[in-house]
Design a binder for this molecule. Structure first.
Ligand code: FAD
Length: 372
């Protein structure tokens, strides 16, 4: 679809009232967030109540209420063919490039060096998931071996984050195990580290089994991820605790049923804080992966109050999201890692970023209607 210009009145005519309300709310929220990101992270004063909705004005509150609806809509639309082909065709030009460090390793390396120059650690991922073709899986494994070699040759402080469905989990668990073990061994030969991302609920058991197998086989340069939106995560954490695991804690990015996950943001946030405190007590290393300043603020206070050394945890954020906050925390002496993915297969990753913050859809739509 070619870009076209649209006057306010014509776009109003095509835009249902609920969308107009949402867009107005999203703009208000976006403006507020832009201001926050431009200023130092507020990490002093009383801890904010994480159970309350966002503390903005009426626009912010409306966006807050509508976000779960739009999040679900975007995640459902991800598997719609016309949506997929449209976004795949125009997405990189219209916004995906803000979240992806390039389509090639060479482009990603430039950004990895740039982030390193800002005092930020990085990880990288070759975008792609849910591969069900043996030959394609083998190509991914070889590509990751090349990425590890390149990281070493460039002298980058960058580790790997991999998805098991890209390494054969949907073919069978042993294939995924063998492939990820090959990468963990190769990473160890360079003194590097591999983190196994967490995917949908149906993959949690398989992912945790593979992580436990790797640890049982004596590999220590490997970690995984737990999601605070799942009811089961507290029990999973206790199950892993004896391993003194290296864990990343996230809220969770997939569309899950309320039978297995907290439906409300306030509950997900409260779960995040409970899990973060427990992880900091049992982990060998905890990665606090969120852009949510209330949670970051709480973790800073908690680690200070409990004398948890700064080399036992780090903050992790995604490439292109809250960059000022990333640098502010790094300047204050905290370890900050920026997850910096690359590759041509960015579609699912980008759709999850749109779903996390539906105002990003607004940016996408604005680009579409911007006169060329
Ligand atoms: C390093 C890292 C690794 C991750 N790995 C996984 C994983 O393995 N498995 C998994 O399920 N999920 C993963 N996620 C995604 C995670 O589950 C959340 O979906 C994502 O982090 C958004 O939640 P939040 O904690 O930032 O809080 P939110 O409440 O969603 O966001 C807080 C604030 O952050 C900003 N923000 C958040 N998302 C965006 C966005 N997309 N665009 C612009 N601004 C945004 C906004 O200002 C927002 O108000 C990862 C996230 C990070 C940072």
């Amino acid at each position: 679809m070619p870009r076209r210009s649209a006057s306010a009145s014509s776009s109003d005519a095509q835009c249902p009232a609920s969308w107009r309300l949402y867009i107005a709310a999203a703009v208000a929220r976006e403006n507020q967030m832009a201001t926050i990101d431009a200023s130092p992270a507020p990490v002093t004063g009383d801890p904010p109540a994480v159970t309350s909705p966002s503390a903005g004005g009426p626009g912010d509150r409306l966006a807050h209420r509508l976000n779960p609806v739009f999040r679900k809509g975007i995640l459902l639309a991800t598997h719609n063919r016309p949506v997929a082909s449209f976004v795949r065709r125009y997405g990189m030009r219209l916004g995906a490039g803000n979240f992806v460090a390039g389509t090639t390793l060479d482009e990603a390396v430039v950004n990895l060096h740039r982030l390193s120059g800002l005092g930020l650690r990085t990880n990288t991922t070759i975008l792609g998931e849910a591969i069900r073709d043996q030959a394609a899986v083998e190509r991914v494994v070889q590509s990751y071996v090349g990425v590890l070699d390149r990281i070493a040759a460039e002298g980058l402080n960058t580790n790997l984050a991999v998805k098991l469905t890209q390494l054969g989990l949907d073919l069978d668990e042993d294939t995924a195990y063998t492939n990820v073990e090959q990468l963990v061994i190769h990473a160890a030969s360079h003194g590097n580290f591999v983190r196994i991302d967490m995917e949908e609920f149906g993959r949690v058991d398989g992912t945790l089994r593979i992580y436990q197998r790797l640890r049982a086989a004596g590999h220590v340069n490997v970690g995984t991820v737990l999601q605070s939106y799942l009811y089961r995560t507290g029990a999973d954490l206790e199950g892993l605790a004896p391993l003194e695991p290296n864990l990343r804690l996230v809220k969770g990015a997939y569309l899950e049923s309320p039978t297995v996950s907290y439906p409300k943001k306030s509950e997900i946030d409260a779960s995040y804080l409970r899990l973060a405190e427990r992880m900091l007590a049992v982990d060998s290393f905890t990665a606090i992966a969120t852009h949510d300043e209330r949670l970051i603020d709480h973790v800073i206070r908690y680690t200070e109050a409990n004398a948890i050394p700064r080399d036992r945890f780090e903050f992790q954020m995604l490439y292109g999201i809250r960059p000022a906050l990333q640098q502010e925390l790094a300047k204050r002496g905290y370890r900050v890692l920026v997850a910096t993915p690359f590759g041509p297969d960015w579609y699912f990753f980008y759709m999850r970023r749109l779903a996390e913050r539906p105002a990003n859809v607004l940016n996408f739509a604005r680009s579409l209607f911007r006169p060329s």
